[in-house]
Design a protein around this ligand. Structure first.
Ligand SMILES: Cc1cc2nc3c(=O)[nH]c(=O)nc-3n(C[C@H](O)[C@H](O)[C@H](O)COP(=O)(O)O)c2cc1C
Length: 196
């Protein structure tokens, strides 16, 4: 698959097989993230590669607990409303039980923190598609990036004092009939283009 095809057929995967992602595939993905451009070549994105099922389960619990304490407010972003509502009901697993979750953190006082993480995540999503891996951007840890319990959890594994989480990527083999990620592009109705 060439780069254009990998971009044009990339879709989000939200149902994963339990099968682990081989280490060599994860290493390639992480390298693609690490080789993304960064503002001023700062290279300050910190990647956490989580494959430990117990850790993933603990994260899901902490995220559900944090959202359960939040209230839905008027005009709130629909996906955030959904996370809160589903957490209050119980059984909410923000990472879709993916076998690998790649979390990107960066310095909280650096102006390109989100942009740099986004470049890294997009590189990994496109390469993931080329490698027949399903991926999905996961935003919940960014919304909760000041939550004390989650901060403590990540600090215990190396998140630095001045770092916060700005994005994450669920990675795994798609639980589809043929094991491949969905590749039918969604119609583009937005993303306006103006020629000058
Ligand atoms: C910044 C950003 C945040 C997103 N957050 C989530 C998320 O938390 N959970 C999720 O399931 N999908 C998330 N997505 C995936 C979008 O829902 C998805 O890209 C969009 O619906 C288009 O579908 P496609 O990726 O299959 O083309 C996010 C995507 C982006 C770019």
């Amino acid at each position: 698959m060439n780069v254009y095809d990998a971009i044009m057929t990339r879709r989000s995967t939200r149902r994963f097989q339990t099968k682990a992602v081989p280490d060599e595939m994860l290493v390639k993905l992480i390298q693609a993230g690490r080789f993304a451009p960064s503002g001023g070549n700062s290279q300050s994105t910190h990647f956490f590669v989580i494959t430990d099922p117990d850790f993933l389960a603990e994260l899901a619990d902490l995220v559900q607990q944090a959202f359960s304490k939040m209230e839905v407010t008027e005009g709130m972003y629909a996906s955030l409303v959904s996370s809160i509502t589903r957490s209050k009901k119980g059984g909410y697993v923000f990472h879709y039980n993916c076998p690998a979750l790649i979390v990107t953190a960066n310095q909280k006082d650096y102006g390109n923190n989100i942009a740099d993480c986004a470049c890294a995540l997009e590189n990994m999503m496109i390469l993931g598609n080329e490698m027949d891996l399903g991926t999905c951007w996961i935003n919940q840890l960014k919304w909760l990036n000041e939550d004390p319990a989650l901060l403590e959890k990540f600090r215990s594994c190396g998140l630095k004092e001045n770092e916060r989480i700005y994005g994450a990527l669920a990675v795994g083999f798609a639980a589809s009939e043929n094991g491949m990620p969905e590749r039918m592009p969604l119609e583009r109705k937005g993303n306006e283009v103006t020629l000058i």
